[in-house]
Every structure is written in structure tokens, then in C-alpha cells.
Design a protein around this ligand. Structure first.
Ligand code: ZN
Length: 134
């Protein structure tokens, strides 16, 4: 059983995207936060145990490049899994199985949680994030 899973979706504007998630899908946004480190603005919504993280492009961020590559549209950006113990341990474990990390060491993500990304080239094309349990 996966207890916590999160999907990151790139959007051009959180303000423009939220009415769809809130009014059409009936979800509630419970946190909006800018992660300066990653030059990204995030909004969080929840469906059961699944978290949806909307990522808004800010100039020069990887999200901006992602949207550019997707014909100017946003879309599914990454999948995150909460790890059982520490992100550092999970990262080390992934490396021993030949998975290539993007982050050599955990860093601080949204909601003050430790995160680390794994390279999509070694995760079957899906940008994957390891995340500390909330
Ligand atoms: Zn994420």
C-alpha cells in the first residue's frame, strides 16, 4: 500500500488553474507557497491520500522549460512518493540499484519537507520525487 503519493502538475498560472480543480473537480486548495530555492510557486490540493501539487512557472525555472517543451501547455510533471525513513537513505538505496539521481543530496521542498528527484532516464520516463513523510 502506498500511503502517500503526490502528483506534480505544471500550470501556467495557479490563479487560472485553481477554479478548474476547485469548482469543476470539487477539491480544496489548502496551501499556496513559493519555494524560492526552486523558483516555483506551488498550490496543494488533496483527494483522499493523494496530493495534487500545482507548479506555476516562474521565469528561469525548470517548470518554465517544461511548459516550453510541451508546446506551451502544462501537464503532468512528476510523481512523488513519501519514503518510509529518511530521504537520504532512500536516495542511497536507489543509487545502489543503479538509479540515477538528479539531487546528490536531499534538499528542502514545499511544506518544509526534504525532497530529492530521480532522473527520468532511469525511472522509465517519469520524473520521480522522493519525499519525507508529512
Ligand atoms: Zn512534488
Amino acid at each position: 500500500k502506498i500511503s502517500h503519493i503526490e502528483t506534480g502538475i505544471a500550470v501556467k498560472s495557479i490563479e487560472e488553474a485553481l477554479p478548474y480543480y476547485e469548482n469543476v473537480l470539487g477539491l480544496k486548495c489548502y496551501n499556496i507557497e513559493t519555494v524560492e530555492d526552486q523558483k516555483v510557486k506551488t498550490a496543494f490540493l488533496k483527494v483522499g491520500d493523494v496530493k495534487i501539487e500545482l507548479l506555476e512557472l516562474q521565469a528561469e525555472s525548470t517548470i518554465a522549460k517544461f511548459i516550453e517543451k510541451n508546446n506551451g501547455n502544462g501537464g503532468m510533471h512528476h510523481l512523488a512518493f513519501a519514503v518510509e525513513d529518511s530521504v537520504a537513505n532512500a536516495l542511497a538505496e536507489a543509487e545502489t540499484t543503479g538509479i540515477r539521481p538528479i539531487d546528490k543530496a536531499p534538499r528542502k521542498g514545499a511544506e518544509g519537507l526534504q525532497i530529492a528527484f530521480l532522473h527520468p532516464k532511469s525511472t522509465l520516463g517519469v520524473l520521480t520525487e522522493l519525499c519525507e513523510k508529512p
